[in-house]
Design a protein around this ligand. Sequence first.
Ligand code: ZN
Length: 283
Amino acid sequence: MMMTHRHLSFVPFVLIVAASAWWAIRPAACHARGWTDVRAAGPFIVRADFPLVGFEELLKELSGLQLDLERSLGVEAPKEFIELYLFSDERTYRAFLNHHFPDIAYRRALFLKHDGPGRVLVHKNPEFEIDIRHECTHALLHSTLPMVPLWLDEGLAEYFEQPPERRVHDNPYFKNLKWTLRFGAVADLEKLEKKGHFSELRREDYRDSWAWVHFLLHGPPEARHELIQFLRDIQSSAPPGAFGQRLARRLPNARTRMTQHHLHWKRPPQEELAGRTGQGGAR
Ligand SMILES: [Zn+2]
């Protein structure tokens, strides 16, 4: 249920803010607020209006997020810091948004980017850490890439929003995915690529973008290589073309391969055992 709310009513999103709005939140304005805790975590400067004691593991994970993107996709490290603002509750988050971005429609979490460093704003909620990883993935991608197609931006954010140990086998999207695939209800890349604005994205589009990203990362090596090359072209400002067409040239039966990938996706036996033991110990 939380996922539904998140995607239908409070979709965290990437926002390219207009210059006028951007200048309303100059660094000085943010610094003047008097944050309770300020930390550096990899490429992120984290400011929170509550003590960050107890969040060390999350901060360490954020430093790792950049390395994960670099290792899996060759995404370069940002050349500037990304600012992450954390709020203790929704009320203070709303007040901050109303003050600095009165024209922006409310979203549960935000990534803002114009021509300065990216900024991520998140408030505590039951999916606080997921929101942070999701928006920070957007921030890392947009810090080095001049553009990211919407389906890929969201697919990668949905993939990396899970803690590292859940990304490969335990994403909640796996539940019911096999049935959805059997009914042929996962969208083709071409269909996802046509959606250029957040208002066009439905909850299923996030799931389908994630399904393609998981296939690209963990399916046949040529699929991942095509994605890496695609991102490299974007990085070097070479016209990348449509990814769906590029993948079709490299992997003519990509749609069938994606379906087969998920229908047969399984945790290796030794991992299954470790996962079960781990779960038993943790709960
Ligand atoms: Zn997103």
